[in-house]
Design a protein around this ligand. Structure first.
Ligand code: HSE
Length: 293
């Protein structure tokens, strides 16, 4: 028995919702082929598109490690699982690459076994994969990769995910080729927050959620502000302020860091507008000697 699945890239945080908001995009994403065999054990048969960077050791690889946990949980360690992964998005770029791979593996296995678990039940296994990949098991990438659309992690303990209305907008993603590991990008955030900043932040989060229900995208744009994480993390992204200014002056509703960066994202009412700004931002980075795609 075999299956081929696709798991999308995701934009986590969505500016003000650190660790709680995320949405899936149509592309890019990962493709994964899984086959059940008679010989017990989980094997990574091949990985394409990772430039040899991902571990093939089943215990260390995000995909196989979460599949192994799932098999253990459902008492099916007698099964043999062969995995072929095609990475079709940049890794360590802030697009939820490890989340997509983990979700693809778990989803594929669950389908091959005729869905012993619900998507909600698969989520903690995908979070384990995240913890392995970047040292922290956040769910704001894995939830939208698994459920699709726009999701809110209402709470981590107990884990509760809410599917939100998906806005009818276009998302432009630009990946500047600089290295910003999630692990490091988490370490530089202050662990204490001023009450006045917290008030601003939760006002924006509440406004953003409201805008999704009312489809008031001007409000959504006004709520895409982050006074806690972005001011610190944006220092790791070259030309962040200039890119933001350019996007906002040219029709973006909002602009921010995708996940922990370095990819930046912005939202638009029209696809043409999104394309135009994207090429402006690319040129801007190129003029400073920074490659991007
Ligand atoms: N919420 C996580 C963070 C997402 O910002 O660190 C990582 O992609």
């Amino acid at each position: 028995k075999s299956i081929k699945v696709f798991a999308p890239a995701t934009v986590a945080n969505v500016v003000c919702g650190f660790d709680i908001l995320g949405f899936a995009v149509n592309e890019p994403g990962d493709e994964l082929m899984m086959e059940l065999t008679e010989k017990p054990g989980v094997n990574i048969v091949s990985i394409e598109g990772d430039e040899g960077k991902l571990p093939l050791d089943p215990q260390k690889n995000t995909v196989s490690a979460s599949v192994i946990s799932l098999l253990k949980q459902i008492g099916r360690e007698d099964l043999g699982v062969n995995i072929r992964l095609k990475k079709k998005m940049p890794m360590g770029s802030g697009l939820g690459s490890s989340a997509a791979s983990a979700v693809a593996g778990l989803f594929a296995l669950n389908e091959l076994l005729d869905q012993p678990l619900t998507k909600e039940q698969l989520l903690p296994f995908a979070m384990e994969g995240e913890a392995l990949a970047c040292g922290h098991g956040h769910a704001d990438n894995v939830a939208p990769a698994l459920f699709g659309g726009f999701t809110l992690i209402k709470s981590y303990e107990p884990l509760e995910v809410i599917a939100l209305p998906v806005p009818n907008l276009y998302c432009a993603l630009l990946y500047p080729h600089v290295d910003v590991p999630t692990r490091d990008a988490r370490q530089i955030i202050r662990s204490k927050v001023l009450l006045k900043d917290a008030v601003t932040q939760w006002g924006n989060i509440a406004g953003l959620i409201s805008s999704l229900y009312t489809q008031d995208y001007d409000l959504l744009g006004r709520c895409m502000k982050d006074v806690i994480v972005e001011p610190v993390r944006s220092m790791l992204i070259p030309e962040f302020d200039k890119m933001k200014e350019t996007a906002m002056e040219n029709g973006a509703l909002g602009f921010g860091i995708s996940g922990s960066g370095p990819t930046v994202f912005s939202l638009y009412r029209s696809a043409d507008n999104a394309q135009k700004v994207l090429s402006n931002l690319k040129q801007l980075l190129a003029s400073k000697g920074i490659e991007s795609n």
